[in-house]
Write a protein that binds this ligand. Structure first.
Ligand code: VAH
Length: 318
């Protein structure tokens, strides 16, 4: 990778991935693609090139690729699971219409493409514990339908046209830089904000609801390592199970209480998010990613909690 276009560069993943890529590839063009109303600011704007790239506009993607001689596109544009249920047509337009635009540009201009999938690409009839790399995928919500459809479309472009498409199935991602918007796993981010602000946390997910989760530094490393991996060793492409930790609200709450003893939580289940969470696996089996490209997480719940609390305290002290 040398010249990279990050579509969705101001989102939860994109805002941190763009900065990490600029540090790793200082001599390259790491282009922050954005849409009107979500322009890059501060260090993200000042530390490298940016360009308006709406994934629903194929010409804007092609213009950015040509202008900066892009060799790799990170497609991070999506409506997350809960929001996508309220806007299913827009979720499809961005998730699949946008992906098709990206893959067509990549086919014509010879780019590699990373498009994240999700634990949400599995439906309620997939094995819940140790969910295999290859198993039944019949999700029933629009976000998840776009994810499994995106996997199939990306594999098609690799097989039919030789486009170098790669992907990982992200767990719920936890970060302190850019809050997520409209996801089912957002509670695992919001709980840290409540703890640092000294507020009682109202948890929208019921106790006993386990989901795969991952700290953002591990997720960013996975997104880069998969694209740098030796293609000849990849048996799979779209999309690799990756995992680091699985917990329910009570486990993360009790971990935070070890560091914030007076922290309180109550449950206020959100029926939509609970239904989505109930349809997702508890814990993925990520053996294939470990074998085929050396995936290995570095953060467990304790290390993530210590870092999140420290970084949020600094953020709120400013
Ligand atoms: C969501 N954070 O909750 C996203 C993600 C696995 C979860 O897909 O929709």
């Amino acid at each position: 990778m040398k010249n990279v276009l990050v579509i969705g560069s101001t989102g939860q993943i994109g805002s941190e991935l763009t900065m990490k890529l600029r540090k790793i590839y200082p001599s390259g063009n790491i282009v922050a693609g954005y849409i009107k109303g979500a322009e890059p600011k501060g260090e993200l704007l000042e530390s490298g090139p940016s360009m308006e790239v709406d994934i629903t506009n194929a010409q804007q993607i092609a213009d950015a690729v040509k202008k900066y001689d892009v060799d790799t596109i990170y497609n991070l544009a999506a409506l997350l699971s809960a929001v996508a249920e309220a806007k299913p047509l827009l979720a499809w337009k961005i998730g699949i219409g946008g992906l098709m635009n990206t893959l067509e540009v990549a086919r014509e201009l010879k780019c590699a493409v990373f498009t994240p999938s999700s634990i949400g690409s599995f439906g309620p009839n997939a094995p819940k514990d140790g969910t295999p790399q290859d198993t039944i995928q019949q999700p029933r919500t629009m976000y998840c339908v776009t994810k499994v459809s995106g996997e199939l479309l990306s594999n098609y472009y690799a097989l039919k046209f030789g486009v170098d498409t790669r992907s990982v199935r992200f767990p719920g991602l936890i970060s302190y830089v850019t809050p997520p918007g409209g996801g089912t796993t957002d509670y695992a981010v919001d709980i840290y904000y409540s703890a640092v602000k000294g507020e009682k946390f109202k948890c929208p997910i019921k106790p006993g609801t386990f989901m795969d989760m991952m700290y953002m530094p591990d997720a960013l490393r996975a997104a880069i390592e998969i694209m740098e991996a030796d293609e000849s060793k990849l048996v799979h492409r779209n999309s690799f199970n990756i995992a680091s930790m699985s917990f329910d609200p009570e486990i993360i709450y009790n971990k935070i209480k070890e560091y914030v003893p007076n922290f309180e939580m109550e449950f206020e289940p959100d029926p939509l998010r609970q239904a989505i969470a109930d349809s997702w696996p508890n814990r993925l089996d990520d053996t294939c990613a470990r074998v085929e490209w050396g995936w290995k997480p570095e953060y467990d719940l304790d290390a993530m909690t210590r870092d999140m609390l420290e970084k949020l305290r600094i953020k709120f002290a400013k």
